[in-house]
Design a protein around this ligand. Structure first.
Ligand code: GTP
Ligand code: MG
Length: 335
């Protein structure tokens, strides 16, 4: 590994940028799809406000953070201040309301790790998962969306990495690999650390957006219109960045010592977080700090078998981008 650390870019690396951008564009949802999602939320809000006048639905996850591919399920959070009912009871009541409103396949999963109601809207054909009061997810959705508006290369990189991860089946948290959310955080961290930097660290700047959610202070600079030229001094193409991203995770990242932290904009040490040993089910074999729930390692799902799978996939991707005659095809070959 050590010998290959300073490997040079292939000479024709920039040649592949237009192909990658075409792949990115083919994954971006059309405006009509975004409009359909908003329409569904509006009609669900009307339905729910008859029963709970102060409750509100928020979109979160990939349909709201701008990292969603077309035809993905939509993630919805019900914010409700309801002292009488427990979460399970709220979900069951919500399921009744939705069924009475003619939504289909309504299912309350009250025992899941994140309890939700699943449903399908026959009018738009959209499926959605509704959770209760998961407002941190709404805030981290805004943070990701704000980062995406600073430099277009973030969305391009993250879409391509997510597409690669889905093709190679390393985007399955229940199988011990990483969530889409974790991959986007890895991309943000990577772009914060290019020289010149392509992204700033919004949580290290003067806060213009401040909320307190579940006893956590969330604060960051969100006037991102002022930052649209932030990355302009760095002219790296998307293919070069993708190459460097996979080389970083294949050959440069120090898995024994380092934690990726977009909250600070740099690597921090596992030692400083006491993430050096396994505690309970948290193994900390690849460490990615949640920007707000800082005790939360998004890599906690990875175990001693899946870390090998992941690292082999990073190496495969790095090598394809270095040597393959047709990298933009081979990279995404199904596992
Ligand atoms: P796709 O559905 O794969 O397109 O991506 P997604 O962005 O919807 O990601 P995912 O399904 O992994 O997660 C949905 C949302 O839940 C994320 O955007 C986050 O807002 C939130 N989320 C997911 N995992 C975590 C986590 O471990 N911690 C926290 N705080 N939020 C999470
Ligand atoms: Mg999702």
């Amino acid at each position: 590994r050590i010998q290959r650390r300073n490997i040079q870019y292939r000479r024709d690396i920039d040649f592949f940028a237009p192909k990658l951008i075409a792949i990115f564009e083919s994954l971006v949802p059309a405006d009509e799809e975004i409009a359909k999602q908003k329409q569904l939320i509006n009609s669900l809000n009307k339905l729910i406000s008859r029963e709970w006048p102060h409750a509100r639905l928020h979109l979160y996850g990939s349909c709201a953070n701008s990292f969603g591919v077309s035809n993905s399920d939509i993630d919805v959070c019900l914010s409700i201040d309801e002292k009488e009912l427990g979460k399970a009871e709220i979900l069951l009541k919500l399921a009744d309301i939705l069924e009475a409103g003619n939504l289909q396949n309504v299912q309350a999963l009250t025992r899941a790790r994140v309890p939700i109601v699943k449903m399908m809207d026959p009018e738009t054909g959209l499926s959605c998962d509704i959770c209760i009061n998961n407002l941190l997810a709404v805030v981290n959705t805004k943070l990701l969306k704000d980062y995406a508006m600073i430099d277009p290369r973030l969305r391009q990189l993250a879409f391509i990495v997510k597409h690669w991860a889905k093709s190679r089946r390393v985007n399955e948290t229940y199988q011990g690999t990483l969530s889409s959310y974790a991959y986007v955080i890895m991309c943000i961290h990577f772009l914060q650390n290019r020289r010149p930097a392509i992204l700033p660290c919004l949580q290290a700047m003067e806060a213009t957006y401040v909320v307190r959610v579940d006893n956590i202070d969330c604060a960051f600079f969100d006037d991102v219109d002022k930052l649209h030229a932030f990355g302009a001094r760095n002219r790296e193409s998307i293919s070069r960045l993708l190459w460097a991203f996979f080389h970083y995770w294949a050959y440069q990242h120090d898995y024994t010592a380092d934690v990726v932290s977009i909250r600070t904009g740099t690597l921090i040490s596992k030692h400083s977080k006491d993430w050096t040993r396994r505690i309970g089910n948290d193994r900390h074999l690849i460490c990615i700090e949640d920007p707000f729930e800082t005790s939360h390692d998004l890599g906690r799902v990875v175990d001693k078998f899946t870390i090998k799978i992941l690292r082999e996939e990073f190496e495969r991707a790095a090598n394809i981008l270095q040597y393959d005659p047709n990298p933009t095809v081979t990279l995404f070959e199904p596992y």
